[in-house]
Design a protein around this ligand. Sequence first.
Ligand code: GLP
Length: 254
Amino acid sequence: MDIIIRADAQEVGKEAAAVMAPFIKQGRTIGLATGSSPLTTYRELIRMYESGELTFKTIQAFLLDEYVGLARDDKNSYFRTIRDEFTAHVDFVDANVHSPDSTDPDPYHAAALYEQKIIDTGVAIQLLGVGVNGHIGFNEPTSALQGPTKVQALHPQTIKDNARFFNDCLEDVPTHAMTQGLGTITRAENIIMVATGEAKADAIHRIVEGPLTALCPGSVLQLHANVTLVVDEAAASRLEHADYYRTMEQIRLR
Ligand code: GLP
């Protein structure tokens, strides 16, 4: 895992966008994530689009996850969130942004269809945030490390964490989501994870330095050959070998 520690969220976004840009320039398929963590990355990608460095006209994108039951145009759907925060600000074609069909009366069927679509297309680089309990996408602890796209019941902590998008009303947060499985996510050729803030420090420590365990779903990244983790100082604050990672960054071939 290549670990990059930067001063703050702005710098994390710049770094992550720089890692993604070559794939976008080559017209490759990208994986997008919701949450506050990737926002500075999206801002930087938008800036690169505005300055003429990047175009998304022919790019396909797959979203990591979606709430069960929320239509694409619901203001809290992840499709809409990604649209409002990123894809509508660049020349992305809506039809090229794929997400699990959250209104399918049979979410298990929708999950299987989405898995197949990702297998058929392939993802060159997947952007990830991380939950405070180490979850990625909506793969809660005990998720199968090689599992496919699935329907996931959300842990009360995850519901609490995400209530801020639903006027802090816990009852309004959907209880289930569809998410790319850990097997789906790790089939992407490259993975870039971003994390900022003290609240993520424990999860980052467990992902990088803890054992490989389904209790910390993000630890599955230890099995992947092309992972870049970009964190700010606060999220890096519990890394025991931070000096080693800083040295490795200095001497790594780019
Ligand atoms: C949700 C999303 C994850 C995201 C996590 C953390 O659970 N499904 O993909 O990583 O939130 O969000 P944030 O970056 O806002 O802390």
